[in-house]
Each structure stands twice: as C-alpha cells, then as structure tokens.
Design a protein around this ligand. Structure first.
Ligand code: T3D
Length: 267
C-alpha cells in the first residue's frame, strides 16, 4: 500500500497531522500539498477535533518547497520559458497559509527538526509554535533568489520586528530553536527528550479551552494589526457581543462561581 504523505492520528480531541516525506525532510510536493489541505479541511469540519498539531516525521519538520518536484519547481515549466513561480504560490502556498490562519480550532506547530523556506513559514502561520531544542529555522529563500513566501513577509516583521526580519530573510542563517524562542519568533523551545510529552500537554490544554473564543481571539488580534486603537475597541465589543451569547461564556462563568472546572463545548 502507498504511504500517506500526511499522516493523521487522533488522541482524544487532538488531531496530529504529520508531514511524511522524511527522506526529503518533508519538503512540499504538489501531492503533499493536496493531502495536507484535505487533512486540514477534514479537521476543520470534524466537531470532535478541538486542537490540531502539525509536525514532521523523521529528523526534519519541513524543508519548504521540494526543489525537485516537477509539478511545482522550475524544472516543471517549459525549458524555453522562464518558470512562473507565482503559480505555485497562488495554487499551493497562499491557500495553505490562509487555511492555517482561519482554522476553527487552535493549531500548534510542533517543530521537531529543521524548518526551512515555506516549511518555516507554514509553522509560523500556526497559532502556537514550539520547537525541540535541536530544531532550527531557516529563511532559505534568498539562497535561491526568492523572497520569503507562505506569509513570511507579513509574519516575520510582526514577530521579530523589521530589523531582525530583514536580517533573517536576507542572510538565510540557521536560527536554533533556542534563539527562535528568545527572539520572539516562536513561543517556546523544549528539550528534545521532553518534546513529545510537552506537545501533548499543550495540545490537551488548548483542546480543553473554549474553542470558539480561541478562534475569535486569533481573528481579533490579526484584525487589530490593521485597525486603529479606537477601531479595535469597536471590534472587541462586536466580538464579545457574539461570544457573550454563546454557551461557553455561560459555562465559564457558572464554573467559576461553582468553583469547578469548566466543560466547554462550543466550536
Ligand atoms: O515553486 C517554487 O519553487 C516556489 C515555492 C517556494 C517555497 C520555498 O519553500 S523556497 C525554499 C525551498 N527550500 C530550500 O531552499 C531548502 C533546501 N534545503 C536545505 O537548505 C537543506 O536541506 C536544509 C538546511 C533544510 C537541511 O540541511 P541538512 O544538511 O540537514 O540536510 P540535507 O542533506 O541538505 O538534506 C537531506 C535530504 O533532503 C537530501 O537528500 P539526499 O541527498 O539525502 O537524497 C536533500 O536533497 C533533501 N532535501 C532537503 N531539502 C529539500 C530536499 N529535497 C528537495 N527539496 C528540498 N527543499
């Protein structure tokens, strides 16, 4: 039987999607993009799923575009004409970045090894990024004459500031998991031995929180980036109006008053 390029496994309300081309450091082919988008769609539509974890098999997380894949890489175009790399971005990376940023549940990137190019930026599209101490992040684009894609030009300056963003993108240096956490690029760096258990604990914790409010939190923070302060206050009022009518708000307050743990169910 043919091996899946994206493996999916459930543990309670947590769905783990594992990029599965370890020999090529889980770099993206057209086929892997197809499986990943289908898996994300399935997770988004499955009411049992309250947190998604994205990780890689073997020693890498994802080395970005598979530079040998004829369906996406320059060699796939006619040899007489220059490649239209924009097509691959429109067809694969833009939908992937938008899908990750609009999931109805929190998404954790569990960066188990090297994350390069669009692999690094796909991780940064996720809500919470944790990395094993041995993992690394590389904006590999300048080495092959491209700019950061899969949301990189938008995400990097917002995560680490313009100066660090430009240096990371221009120099394409390898950033260790520890330095990525220290610079604010990611949430946390975790010792390799503790990584699987800590990822599970983080995902379980997210799955137990009010899913609908978490998705609304991401959307409100993203919206605020392009709003004035006064506009963002208005947006907060609108979002709270909606959430205030949802079951989870009533449950959260009731649980607090009764001094018991809440059991959230909205999605
Ligand atoms: O269509 C378009 O092109 C537009 C889309 C662009 C989006 C992008 O992501 S552009 C950026 C593409 N990615 C890269 O440029 C990264 C290329 N890879 C590397 O620089 C290095 O492999 C790493 C720094 C990630 C890891 O280095 P290292 O020394 O740990 O491993 P390695 O030996 O280089 O790689 C191991 C194997 O994976 C090797 O295969 P082999 O020799 O054992 O058969 C290598 O060729 C393969 N591999 C790694 N990255 C890619 C890859 N094969 C195809 N594409 C890759 N991106």
């Amino acid at each position: 039987m043919e091996e899946l390029l994206v493996r999916s496994a459930d543990r309670g309300a947590v769905r783990t999607l594992t990029l599965n081309r370890p020999k090529a450091l889980n770099s993206f082919t057209g086929a892997m993009h197809g499986e990943l988008m289908a898996a994300l769609e399935a997770a988004a539509c499955d009411a049992r799923v309250r947190c998604v974890v994205l990780t890689g098999s073997g020693r890498g997380f994802c080395a970005g575009q598979d530079l040998a894949d004829p369906s996406v890489a320059p060699q796939g175009d006619s040899r007489d004409e220059p490649p239209d790399v924009g097509n691959a971005i429109e067809r694969y990376y833009r939908p992937l970045a938008l899908r990750l940023r609009s999931m109805p549940v929190p998404v954790v990137a569990a960066v188990n090894g090297v994350a390069a190019g669009a692999g690094a930026n796909a991780a940064l599209c996720c809500d919470i990024v944790v990395a094993a101490r041995s993992a690394s992040f590389i904006q590999a684009f300048s080495k092959i004459g491209l700019v950061p894609d899969c949301g990189g030009t938008w995400l990097l300056p917002r995560l680490v500031g313009r100066g660090h963003a430009i240096a990371l993108a221009m120099l394409g240096e390898k950033l260790s998991g520890e330095d990525a956490a220290a610079s604010g690029l990611i949430w946390k760096c975790i010792d390799d031995a503790a990584f699987p258990a800590e990822v599970d604990a983080l995902a379980d914790r997210l799955a137990s929180l009010p899913t609908k409010a978490l998705a609304a939190t991401r959307a409100a923070i993203d919206a605020a980036i392009s709003l004035s302060f006064a506009e963002s206050l208005g947006n907060e009022a609108d979002v709270q109006r909606t959430l205030g009518r949802a079951n989870d708000f009533a449950e959260g307050v009731a649980a607090f008053m009764a001094k018991r743990a809440p059991s959230f169910s909205d999605r």
